[in-house]
Design a protein around this ligand. Structure first.
Ligand SMILES: [Zn+2]
Ligand SMILES: [Zn+2]
Length: 158
């Protein structure tokens, strides 16, 4: 369960566990191509008046294209979230360190964190199919990973 009732948190930390399908509304509008469900584990706890802390892991597999040779790449993301803080304090609303909550919020949804963490991780992960990808020939478009194409031009490393 990734959406936790705040009343439950008054009694102590709550374990959060769940799998989000690639079509989960949490990922709506993100430029992400998920190859399968995203699994989430962790723990949510109250840390003060209207303040809550989530620690957990986000694991999934992203699909994309190698920047040099455009081949399909799948990459595992495994994100440790040390401290995601939620606050209903209006003063925290503009603070990027906090996930804002409505003052009368009844639930905390850690999917907000999952969405943000994946959005941040995705561009960095999908750069290359492998470190030494040779890319495509700039003249003929041949995949230079398969060997020299015979042109004199060589691909500029991106
Ligand atoms: Zn490549
Ligand atoms: Zn060529």
């Amino acid at each position: 369960m990734l959406r936790v009732d705040i009343r439950e948190l008054q009694e102590g930390p709550v374990r959060t566990e769940g799998k989000l399908r690639p079509d989960d509304p949490a990922f709506e509008g993100l430029d992400l191509d998920l190859a399968g469900p995203v699994s989430v584990t962790g723990q949510l706890q109250a840390t003060g008046a209207g303040e809550y802390l989530w620690r957990g892991q986000v694991r999934g597999t992203l699909r994309g294209e190698c920047r040099r040779c455009l081949t399909d790449v799948q990459t595992d993301v495994d994100i440790d979230v040390d401290a995601a803080m939620f606050s209903s304090d209006p003063e925290a609303a503009d603070d990027p360190d906090f996930y804002p909550l409505l003052e009368r919020a009844s639930h905390i949804d850690v999917r907000d964190v999952v969405r943000e963490e994946l959005a941040l991780a995705a561009p960095a992960r999908l750069l290359l199919c492998r470190e030494d990808c040779a890319g495509l020939c700039l003249s003929c478009g041949a995949d230079l990973n398969a060997g020299p194409c015979g042109c004199s031009a060589t691909a500029e490393p991106v």
